[in-house]
Design a protein around this ligand. Sequence first.
Ligand code: ADP
Ligand code: MG
Length: 809
Amino acid sequence: MEKVHLNEEKWGAILRPLRFVSKNKFANLPKVKNLEHTLKEALERIKDALPPGIYQEIHSLLEDLEAVSLEEKKLRIKKIFSLLEEGPQKEANNLPSFEDVPIDIETYYSYRKELAKPVQFLKGVGPKIAHKLAKREIKTVEDLLFFLPKAYEDRRRMQPIGGLRVGEQAVVEGEVILSGVVKFKKRRVFEIVISDGTGLLAAKWFHFNEKRYRETFRPGRKVILAGEISAFAGRKEIVHPEVEFPEDEKIGLHVGRVLPVYPVVEGVSPKVLRRIIAHAVEEYAEKAVSPIPAKILKKRGLLPLPLALKGIHFPDPGDDIYLLNEEESVYHKSLAFDEFFYLELALALRKSQIARAPGISFKTQTPRVKKFLKSLPFKLTRAQTRVLKEIEKDMANPYPMNRLLQGDVGCGKTVVAFLAALIAIDNGYQVALMAPTEILAEQHYLNFRKYAGLIGVEIALLTGGKTPREKKTIYQGLEEGHVHLAIGTHALFQETVEFKKLGLVIVDEQHRFGVLQRAALRQKAKGLEPDTLVMTATPIPRTLAMTVYGDLDVSIIDELPAGRKPVKTYLFTAKDRLKAYEVVRRELAKGHKAYVVFPLVEESEKMDLLAATTMAEHLQKELFPSYKVGLLHGKMKPAEKEAAMTAFKEGRTQILVSTTVIEVGVDVPEATVMVIENAERFGLSQLHQLRGRVGRSARESYCLLVAHKLKPGSEAFRRLKILCQTTDGFKIAEEDMKIRGPGEILGTKQSGFFAFRRAHPVRDYDMLVIAREEAFALLEEDPLLEKYPLLKEILMERWQERLKLSEVA
Ligand code: ADP
Ligand code: MG
């Protein structure tokens, strides 16, 4: 199974050299240098996964390995091999057995009710603790079940004190020898010293009740301590250890097992928290029913939800602690699979429902489309032509189109989207283009207007900046049908807006909408379902495409217009920034134009604006007195913005200093250089978008990143490096997602779309893939889920609203 394979990968560092030197009767051993060093390093890396005793033993076998005789070396290596076999505690294929739980819908809901009970219902949880838990968003029993350990400690065996190493997490058992208050730098500290016959260990508390502590830790009493070993004044000690008493009947919860370590809940001790969760799991895990067919789980080597929950909180002593800590245990995988499965099943259902709904059958070869193509100053690329064909095919058939148009910045999506719009318009329908922000809407408007002007299409921009009178005119135009194409934000789909005959909805997602809003928006059309074309400028990693866009067909423009060269990107420190402006000077001298970009960070918008304005003045007066510098920022009125952009386009200004408003849509082919100040403050995808404003012609172009505060090795540094190395939008998007997580990239965090409890599209990618396969296969086998009434019920409960699924009756 896959686990074993993963395991091999992690253990490889130590297994590989061992295998190498021992194969063919140790033929390679005499030739290998530095074996001791290599193995010691590898051992350190897997240390956490090894029972401490075994680690110790291997460690001592490696001591002076280089100095011993060849025969002795062979013996030691054999010994290490056999110890390692004990070590990993292979999580073999002996998963607990299980079958489908035949429960009816009524029982299911009664379970759900129980899981939704406030935490107070649990043993050991009073109002005080409930209040503390609530601060961590743990309100119900179910919340508690899904409050997962952040790590696992190996407390299966007690360690001898003599062998403890500073920095490790340890559990020891010993007898109290001394206890009492000591003074340290004027602070009173309660200290005990324990012995287990192999050594002495101190433990300290800075907060204590002296009387109680003296009683608890009276000399002679046996105690178990757990915590991180530190050193102080040459002695080993644990500060604020967890304490157990061997005579306690509760033993077994905190020691003698693989111990779950939970994220800190302010005001609730780890021990208390563990006990509460233990109760919750014991009483309620069974009720977290999730009726994914057992045959699917078995086929994939996974567990049903209740068993996964039990295991994730209280692993079996035989489980691989390394996999647990890597969140790759069968329990973790099963939990992720469970969540993905419902999502994918919902997406599969939505896709099949849309595919069967009645839609508009457009005539796609209209005279005006042909005329428009002729009037364009360029020929479509092969990729554009191919994608246009795909769109035409969808539009022609009598079902609603539901297609994603992907492509890197500058690949020419806009003209393709316009062609789709033109088809709809020529068929007597209206088109709505929805952008995520007003600025983007404005920029789409400017771009579309360029094309619309070529062919005589009436377009309108509907944004908050319009006066009530202007708005009313547009509303009227839409209602009466003489406005063919309306561009705006989601305001386009407010109650007051009526379309006469909406036929095509174009959504520029910029990763900001997601499935949910898309679904709501179709409902604006009266009568037949309109076609939908979703555009995104930053390529979406395949991983994400499968979730947020899992219900769409995908078209990719994977080719830039002929003659485009990748933008050369360089990183400068603030100290060297004048060098960056030298490049600008060189480009200006060739008659080209330059952008200088300042980040606008919300908290300091005013300051940044000031910085941008000051910078514009500085550039004008000090650096480029013989050129004209323009300024563009989001606080300007639309007319001012347009004036600033037009001046730049027409060459009345040669340098445009701007905040990020130029991110999308601005199109000035003669601009060949962009300086991005404070580049470390931008996200990766955003920088890539910005960079897309240059390199829009056959000329060589440059993007110069100026970082003001940058530590080598920092995340920001990594981001900027990636940008210097590649212009491939897909690669950049993958990297960005690794750094920021999918929710951030999609900006859908608030919308709750990515409110997975623990599944993570990157980390659990393998589960996402198989969940998709299994979900689509199941629907194929049983399109209305007739054999799985409970599954259907849960699907509707979780996703009906969010995905606007119609009842699968
Ligand atoms: P995107 O929206 O994908 O970022 P645009 O549609 O804005 O890209 O196109 C970028 C630039 O390339 C625009 O100036 C556009 O006019 C131009 N362009 C689009 N398609 C072609 C083509 N086939 N050949 C040459 N230039 C093109
Ligand atoms: Mg159609």
